[in-house]
Ligand binder design. Structure first.
Ligand code: ATP
Ligand SMILES: O=C(O)[C@@H](O)C(=O)CO
Length: 414
């Protein structure tokens, strides 16, 4: 293994696995730290559910993943965080990055969440989503990690005892050597500006030999070139069996995708409501049986507008309602696969984590791209194919595209 990735959520893990594969590395996504040997890969991506869990748990799981990746021979570790830098004021990005840097003996940590293909850019350490600052992008309403500050120095500083600084675009646009020369010598987390893919390629070249990087999948774009790896053609195969769409993401893009799919799904949709969920009114097995009996791929969703989410959180508690939905989606996915379902499309990182853990998946191979940051995946050793969609990724007709690609067709023709 050349590059080891510790991803703080499951959709993020498949996002960076796709990025590494598209740029010349064989990559495999693991669910937690593997306990069996899956053979040699250039890049191993360990998916954790550490974005919103208690800090001590996030640190300890990330260190275990790091140790395992080092044992596999990884020369460089990437902590994959969200391209919208999702974290609470306490963490978990800062504490995990600091613990990993100390474990690896790395005094300087490059931090860059930019992902231009999905509209995320960093300028003067401020994170933009399209033409909006992070705190005006809709992320201020996120159910678990509301992002109300666009200056990443101010987001990261309260999370770490290290200094936090910025390498501005005026340096980045001069290329890899200028970026390398601008690196401090002492303990620092350095937020590096990046606006376009070319900047990420230069940052990747500048990062050659660094033991730890922190960022969105964009930070991995220029890394495979440092190792001179290449990949053979993709032998990934789709499945034509029963499909189910599960959406627990309340992000703006997902809500648009849910609405569009709802209009075209011939009624095969079921909205889960918070009151009924808490009252235990939904039965996973019954809904799974209904799902496999449909002619078109059904969609089960809890995606709701910020006002509805806030009310549910005030009534039941933020963690309680989130975990009730996550547990239910996980049970439903298991019941659907038990009932013979083959294709699962899941929207939302936390939701995807719950589903994949519930299915007891150990490893996934990366197939073709459905949308930037979202690959088709196949669960190693089973007939299940999956798409794990980050909340804000994908075009309005994402679900239709995903059904096609998981079925072995081309997304662009949808
Ligand atoms: N109607 C709802 N009311 C309250 N919470 C909800 C509701 N529907 C979903 N949730 C919770 O909101 C959280 C959404 O997070 P999730 O990571 O799945 O989506 P996302 O944040 O949009 O995706 P990503 O992390 O990939 O950007 C989940 O914990 C989910 O259980
Ligand atoms: O970086 C992103 O935005 C995604 O891969 C993700 O992590 C969303 O959960």
């Amino acid at each position: 293994m050349k590059i080891g990735v510790i991803a703080d959520d499951f959709t993020g893990a498949s996002d960076i696995a796709l990025m590494l594969r598209s740029n010349g590395m064989n990559a495999r996504q693991f669910v937690g730290v593997p306990t069996t040997d899956f053979g040699e890969v250039d890049a191993g991506v360990v998916s954790l559910k550490s974005r919103t869990c208690p800090i001590e748990e996030a640190v300890s799981n990330s260190l275990s993943a790091c140790d395992w990746l080092l044992e596999q021979g990884a020369e460089q570790i990437v902590l994959k965080v969200c391209s919208t830098f999702d974290s609470t004021p306490e963490g978990n990005i800062g504490p995990v990055a600091e613990a990993l840097a100390e474990r690896l003996g790395e005094p300087v940590v490059l931090v860059c969440p930019a992902f231009p293909a999905n509209g995320r850019s960093v300028f003067q350490a401020h994170l933009f989503v399209g033409d909006k600052l992070l705190n005006q992008s809709g992320m201020q309403n996120h159910p678990l990690t509301p992002m109300t500050e666009p200056d990443l120095r101010k987001v990261l500083k309260p999370q770490t005892s290290w200094e936090v600084s910025n390498v501005p675009f005026s340096v980045v646009c001069q290329g890899a050597e200028a970026i390398r020369d601008s690196m401090p010598a002492s303990k620092q987390m350095v937020i590096v500006d990046a606006i376009q893919n070319q900047d990420l390629m230069e940052i990747g070249a500048a990062a050659k030999g660094r033991k730890l990087l922190v960022g969105g999948s964009g930070i991995a774009m220029g890394l495979p070139a440092n190792f001179g790896t290449t990949v053979e053609g993709n032998d990934w195969e789709g499945k034509q069996g029963k499909a189910l769409i599960l959406s627990g993401s309340c992000s703006i893009a997902t809500r648009g995708q849910v609405e569009l799919y709802r209009q075209t799904a011939d009624g095969a949709v079921l909205e889960l409501k918070a009151d009924q969920m808490i009252a235990g009114a939904y039965a996973a097995k019954e809904i799974a049986d209904w799902a496999v009996a449909q002619d078109t791929a059904p969609m089960v969703y809890s995606s709701a507008d910020p006002g509805i989410v806030k009310k549910a959180q005030a009534k039941f508690g933020r963690e309680e309602i989130a975990s009730a939905f996550e547990q239910f989606f996980s049970q439903l996915a298991c019941a659907f696969v038990d009932a013979g379902g083959e294709r699962l499309i899941v929207a939302g990182g936390e939701t995807s984590g719950a589903v994949v853990e519930g299915l007891s998946v150990a490893a996934m191979d990366v197939g073709p791209e459905i949308a930037p940051g979202v690959p088709a995946l196949s669960v190693v050793g089973t007939d299940t194919v999956l798409a794990l969609k980050s909340g804000n990724f994908g075009e309005p007709n994402f679900f239709k595209q995903a059904l096609a690609v998981l079925g072995g067709e081309n997304a662009r023709s949808q």
